[in-house]
Design a protein around this ligand. Structure first.
Ligand code: UDX
Length: 390
């Protein structure tokens, strides 16, 4: 698919860019060919959570093994860069020994090894990748440092050169802080809701302080996605392993797990008995402009609705297929609509879970809307409107 310029995921601008570059890049599953024909290898595989929240390094280890074997025959200095999010110590204590064992070569002498975390957000991945706030390079040897500085030379961003462990930690600290900002805002938002205060206005005021910044203060049903939940959990596990008790990080997760259920609490204020009611759910992706449903709030909300005996009609512009595949346990209980208008036609009760721009185009007159993300059109037109934190 990639060689035919067909992106296997949805990401804005990606298909166009692949079309434009078709023939100038080459995707292969032949490690040896790839490494013999290149100077740098990035390890970009996933590092998902195990059931206990700790990090699963299976894919990183497999990649390191295959790269190591291929490095045996490489004569020129080849640099291996870990871009996957891995806990401090992983590149040097896990990846390096595997590469050395399978290549029979020494890192930092016969081949280069570095850690270069990625900070792009899904949905704006290309833009973020090409215009990052910073580039962090975790390096040890001069040769590798020079090669990576040269690679990133065309990208205009501050470059921070640190050691490998520090680079690994910068990624976790960044994600944990952003997740903390959201859970903190949601906690204040829950208090605001009870006091009749609009938390979005509050954080507009708070964010004007340049020490704080206005971003990542959108209150609502909390964060999902492939990074924040798993990275905060992995950091908690690591901290506990080394005898620390990370109280703030634990609270960040706890607040985030409660937040989607606030929607159901608010709904019950208006409809105490959900049994037998049909509920419309707008949005299944964990955020707009992606088809990714990992850790989506929609799953928690729909699961709860079904447990309460309600039926669900759902719509998402891009993520319905993925949702069906990822969550077969609830998918059987969902009617998938062909348009958001269909959802509005089928029921008077609407839950807004993802802030897709399409949902701003709708007329919610006559509806009871519980909004987890703040859709202005719903706020303006719904018969009954409840925002989660405003
Ligand atoms: C995140 C980090 O932003 C990125 O730097 C890192 O590389 C990967 O993880 P991503 O998960 O793609 O990126 O999306 P992001 O835009 O950060 O949103 C994550 C979740 O937080 C979404 O569910 C979003 O709805 C939620 N969110 C975000 C809020 O609830 N409020 C906010 O103010 C911002």
């Amino acid at each position: 698919m990639i060689n035919n310029a067909q992106p296997p995921i949805y990401e804005e601008g990606l298909e166009e860019l692949m079309q434009e570059l078709k023939g100038k890049y080459h995707a292969t599953n032949d490690y040896r060919w790839a490494i013999l024909n290149s100077d740098i290898t990035f390890i970009t595989v996933g590092t998902p959570s195990k059931p206990d929240g700790s990090i699963d390094l299976t894919h990183v280890k497999q990649a390191a093994k295959s790269i190591g074997k291929a490095l045996r025959d490489k004569e020129d200095y080849h640099v291996v860069v870990v871009k996957s999010t891995v806990l401090p110590g992983t590149t040097e204590e896990v990846v390096k020994p595997i590469l050395e064992k399978h290549s029979g070569k020494k890192a930092f002498k016969d081949f280069g090894l570095a850690m270069n975390p990625e900070f792009l957000r899904e949905g704006v991945a290309l833009k973020d990748f090409l215009n990052p706030d910073r580039i962090v390079l975790g390096v040890q040897d001069e040769k590798t440092k020079k090669i990576l500085e040269e690679l990133y030379e065309p990208i205009n961003a501050p470059k921070l050169i640190v050691d490998i462990k520090t680079a690994e930690m910068i990624k976790y600290a960044s994600n944990a802080f952003l997740a903390t900002k959201i859970s903190f805002a949601n906690e204040i938002g829950n208090i605001c809701k009870k006091l009749g205060i609009d938390s979005w206005k509050v954080f507009e005021g708070v964010g004007l302080d340049h020490r704080i910044s206005p971003h990542f203060f959108k209150t609502g049903i909390g964060f999902g996605g492939s990074c924040f939940p798993k990275d905060v959990k992995a950091l908690i596990k690591k901290a506990e392993e080394i005898g620390e008790n990370p109280l703030i990080l634990k609270a960040v997760i706890e607040v985030n797990e409660r937040q989607p259920l606030k929607m159901i609490e608010l709904l019950k204020k208006h409809i105490p008995e959900l049994k037998g009611r049909k509920i419309g759910v707008l949005g299944l992706a964990f955020k707009p402009n992606t088809d990714d449903v990992r850790e989506t709030r929609a799953y928690i909300i729909i699961k709860k609705l079904l447990e309460e005996g309600a039926s669900v009609i759902a719509y998402d512009p891009k993520a319905m297929e993925n949702f069906k595949r990822f969550y077969p346990d609830v998918s059987g209980g969902i009617e998938y609509a062909t348009s958001p208008e269909d959802v509005l036609k089928s029921t008077e009760i609407i839950l807004i879970v993802t802030e897709w721009p399409d949902f701003e185009e709708l007329d919610y007159s006559g509806k009871i809307v519980i909004d987890g993300r703040r859709i202005k059109a719903a706020e303006r037109t719904a018969r009954i409107y409840e925002g989660v934190c405003w």
